[in-house]
Design a protein around this ligand. Sequence first.
Ligand code: NAD
Length: 424
Amino acid sequence: MSEKLSFVNPTANSPWGTYLSQVDRVVPYLGPLARWVETLKRPKRALIVDVPIEMDDGTIAHFEGYRVQHNMSRGPGKGGVRFHPDVTLEEVMALSAWMTIKTAAVNLPYGGAKGGIRVDPKKLSLQELEKVTRRYTSEIGIIIGPHTDIPAPDVNTNAQIMAWMMDTYSMNVGGTATGVVTGKPLHLGGSLGRVKATGRGVFVTGREAARRLGLDLRGARIAVQGFGNVGSVAAELFAEAGAKIVAVQDHTGTIVNTNGLDLAKLVPISRTDGVVGFKAGGDIVPNEDFWDVACDILIPAALEGQLTAERAKKTTAKLVLEGANGPTVPEADDILAERGVLVVPDVICNAGGVTVSYFEWVQDFSSFFWDEDEINVRLDRIMMNALNQIWDTADKHKISLRTATYAVACERILMARQERGLYP
Ligand code: NAD
């Protein structure tokens, strides 16, 4: 956050600043609804909480936690919880705002929210991790709930953490509230297909974008940054479709193999040792070299702000699929557009996760669970309908897919705002 603590004064090059400039670009396409656009430039509500826990060695540690509800015009808040040592309020604000745009872009009946704790979970024991999760959940319990704001997994959080969150919230309200979080384990009201949903959505939108570009996936060279839940699943699906995964980067380093990495071996090794653990399968190269590797498709699936102007100038990719939230800075967006590189923006490309989270929430309320085929068919249909509508909007106005996605989403959000009116 900038010196003057304010929603509208972003720190230079911050994700929140990126988001605000993305909103500015859509204003000319909003018509009379533009009078409401300021409501998108500030979160509805931002909560900062202290998370104190007793560590295994008897010391008391304090962590800073956040939950931001950006916009709830179209429904309850929805968005993940991130555990990372660099999490800031300003980052969570941006992530919550991107959720508002994303849920509207795929037309789910949600607003946008996000949470995070400034902690390195890799430095905690399992017991400490559980304590941090439970205390954080209890602190944000005053604003979350199945009908108000529904958290989910994000970077460094998973189904076990969602189970602890669901249990803590349930204990506090006296009942079993499965619908308070999504991304839960299957036997606690989780949904089939949720773990792979985001990577699958990246694949479905990427396959369609490649088809429209005339880019054959068989033999296409793909570079993937971030090899967690999103990046590894997307990589596997593209490899199944015949593509070659020529470079992968995670927090441990970068591995390159121009003949294609053997994912059946790389995926399990990466889970324990990171991608550099698979030395036998490729060359370990300096991290900056990742952006020079010759490829047809680039999938940033790690953190925001990774695709900078410099990197945008040198990538050889014809298609960028934003698995991560906010990976491309606005200047890089312009450079990619000038160079004729098509970007499928995060707010549609990685919307598969929140879509199956929506299915999970619906299934929890009805206590009736669907099989995986049904989930995947519905997911593919929603993603394809959303992408086609956005593509038509982009063609009509001759604008980027990102601005078209914002145009479609902002119209839905601001129309809801206008119809609801301002209280009081
Ligand atoms: P994850 O924790 O499963 O994986 C994150 C990956 O990024 C790991 O491979 C990690 O090693 C790598 N990474 C971290 N720091 C890095 C760095 N500095 N350089 C290179 N790699 C780095 O997280 P995830 O769920 O796969 O999320 C990845 C991105 O996708 C995030 O931007 C997240 O917000 C977004 N996203 C996730 C979901 C979801 O359902 N999980 C949904 C939508 C968007």
